[in-house]
Write a protein that binds this ligand. Structure first.
Ligand SMILES: [Zn+2]
Length: 284
């Protein structure tokens, strides 16, 4: 090799690295879907009465707060975004507490440890608009937002009602949006990642079905339930947008679970998530 050809080769290599054609820190797409679980803190000291239970009827009254990144061969979907915005963390990274809510680590470094930035995320979906799910929603406004029309309308109402923090998600208003009208959406077109309408807790609450090759099918339940005891007693929280609708959604999703054999992951359930690996490890 002459000095000139070696120099040319190196120059081209550096140009490729510079444009990002070679230097990609994003992992190669997996052959089958994966779920990364992010730890976004906890909610403690809740009154089980809010959920129509006496303290002694509930095994574990506290909540865990998590969010999920689903990585599919054809793209990625972020589902929910935590309770404490990353911006609330100080430079020293100390845990943040806001009333009953607290978090010990921000979301984006966990996402980065898995190999992703918010700008790598293809789709973003919220189970619902309550503030313990929306904390970092603005970071994902560059993705295509998958939302039920009723939920979006409530989020951008003139006077939003309920447990809502509009500053968390204002940027979604101008995001590219796949608007659903009380319907399901097969995100990547192969039936392995499906957003399912499950209204009642809020006007456009939704859950997520993910078909994993090793683990089998999983249903990310959002707040269809909060406590596992809701599933066995049929009780619904006191603050549902529409309790009748919640019961109908539960019935529909339970039937779906029976048909598919899916595991149900209640998003706030400590026991469910204690058993799951956390990012950068994943479930596949
Ligand atoms: Zn919640």
């Amino acid at each position: 090799m002459t000095r000139l050809t070696r120099w040319l080769g190196l120059s081209i290599l550096f140009i490729l690295i510079g444009t990002g054609a070679i230097a990609q820190n994003r992992p190669a797409p997996p052959k089958t879907p994966r779920i990364y679980v992010f730890e976004n803190g906890s909610i403690k000291g809740l009154d089980p009465g809010l959920f129509n239970f006496k303290r002694e009827e509930i095994k574990e009254p506290d909540f865990v707060v998590v969010s999920y990144l689903i990585v599919h061969p054809r793209g990625t979907l972020m589902f929910d975004s935590g309770v404490i915005p990353d911006a609330s963390f100080k430079a020293d990274g100390a845990p943040v507490a806001e009333g009953r809510m607290s978090a010990s680590k921000p979301l984006k470094p966990q996402l980065a440890a898995a190999g992703y930035k918010p700008s790598d995320v293809t789709y973003f979906a919220l189970s619902h608009f309550h503030s313990d799910h929306t904390a970092n929603a603005n970071d994902f406004a560059g993705a295509t937002w998958i939302a039920q029309k009723a939920e979006r309308d409530a989020m951008f109402a003139e006077k939003p009602e309920g447990i809502i923090q509009p500053s968390h998600f204002g940027a979604l208003k101008s995001a590219k949006t796949r608007l659903l009208d009380n319907e399901d959406f097969d995100v990547f077109g192969d039936g392995t990642v499906v957003v399912k309408s499950a209204p009642g807790h809020t006007p456009g609450h939704q859950v997520l079905f993910v078909k994993l090759a090793k683990t089998g099918p999983v249903l990310l339940a959002g707040d269809l339930y909060h406590y596992p005891e809701e599933r066995t007693t049929g009780r619904v929280p006191t603050f549902e947008f529409n309790a009748e609708q919640s019961r109908a959604s539960r019935q529909k999703i339970e039937a779906f679970i029976k048909t598919t054999g899916a595991q149900l992951w209640i998003e706030h359930d400590i026991a469910t998530h204690a058993k799951l690996p956390k990012a950068p490890a994943y479930v596949e």
